[in-house]
Design a protein around this ligand. Structure first.
Ligand code: GLU
Length: 348
């Protein structure tokens, strides 16, 4: 009090204290996303849900017969921040098979176990510019320059996962996937059986890779493990938690467990950015700027690095194989929250 020379100073101090107290709820409401507040995130999810819930475009995948039987009305949105706050809207309990989204996590596992050089030499990391299950892509390059997010690279990645036999490799994949999601994930047996009885094309791809010396375990067993990994069941919250683990540099923000290294995340996200949404990966990147991965089960996850993971489950797909509603919801949320990394506020 001695230092306060005048009443004027005292009133200044009171004003400052008043301002700090006033701004406290705002500070409290801020998430690990830096400038994003809870209110902003909730508003964006609520609006996106209301805006797109009645959209009827798209059709369930049916080339895996069991997928045609999945309820097309399942619609759930989940966002998990890099500091572990969870936001959900709609049906985040119903599960769908993870399908191609699993490729991201097996890729990350191979990076962890073997490093980027092995991944580049044995599989490749470049977009093929062709369909996700293209045999021509394998043939053209004699098995080179595919990437782990299209079927040939994904089956090769599965074949590279460490484990003395098929059962050990499968367990290792399932365990790693559980760490990403923060819980053990069940397998959708009807989907597995349905695809396993009908995956001659994937088996052909695996054999062609073998012919070019680019299959690293038995091709039939590798294809089978790959088919199982695609049949893992997830809901929107599982997918968002998995995305949030990538967003948080490899540490699951809910369980706080380190799942993969920062370096692995740094090397996984670019491949998601270039090859995550099938033939529409470029359009997706143009619209959102975010690394993402879709699957024909209707799941789509996207990563806002350092901020959050977001995921939507809605089975009807567009012609490229991406969930129609999921794309629209995430695009909307990205725009509302201004998290496209190429949205740059100029310094003046
Ligand atoms: N199991 C599916 C397949 O290999 C995954 C397809 C996908 O989601 O892209 O055909």
């Amino acid at each position: 009090m001695k230092r306060l020379k005048s009443v004027k100073q005292l009133s200044k101090l009171c004003c400052a204290l008043f301002f700090i107290v006033l701004s406290m709820p705002v500070l409290k409401a801020q998430t690990g996303t830096g400038t994003l507040t809870k209110a902003q995130i909730e508003a964006a999810l609520n609006e996106a849900y209301a805006k797109f819930k009645d959209l009827k475009e798209g059709k369930n995948a049916d080339y895996i017969k069991e997928l045609a039987n999945v309820d097309p009305n399942i619609f759930g949105i989940a966002l998990v921040t890099a500091d572990g706050q969870v936001y959900t809207k709609g049906d985040v309990k119903s599960m769908v098979s993870i399908q191609s989204v699993s490729k991201v996590f097996v890729m990350a596992q191979v990076l962890e176990e073997m490093g980027p050089k092995a991944l580049m030499d044995k599989i490749g990391v470049d977009a093929t510019g062709m369909r996700f299950n293209s045999i021509v892509a394998v043939e053209l390059q004699r098995g080179k320059e595919i990437n782990p997010l299209v079927n040939p690279g994904a089956i090769a990645a599965t074949s590279l996962v460490k484990g003395v036999d098929s059962a050990a490799k499968w367990k290792s994949i399932q365990d790693k996937m559980a760490e990403f999601a923060g819980r053990q994930l069940p397998i959708n047996v009807p989907v597995y059986i349905s695809e396993a009885g009908d995956n001659l094309r994937n088996q052909a791809i695996a054999h062609l890779l073998l012919a070019y010396g680019r299959m690293y375990f038995d091709p039939v067993q590798s294809t089978d493990i790959y088919t199982k990994q695609c049949a893992i069941n997830v809901n929107a919250l599982d997918l968002a938690t998995m995305a949030a683990t990538l967003s948080n540099g490899g540490v699951n923000p809910v369980t706080k467990k380190t799942v993969v290294s920062q370096k692995t995340v740094m090397e996984t996200l670019p491949v998601m950015a270039t090859a995550g949404l099938y033939d529409n990966s470029g359009i997706w990147l143009f619209n959102t700027g975010l690394p993402a991965k879709s699957g024909v089960g209707g799941g789509l996850l996207a990563v806002s690095p350092g901020k959050f993971g977001i995921a939507v489950v809605s089975p009807p797909l567009d012609a490229a194989g991406n969930s129609v509603k999921a794309q629209k919801v995430i695009e909307y949320v990205v725009e509302q929250l201004k998290v496209n990394p190429y949205w740059i506020v100029p310094k003046k």
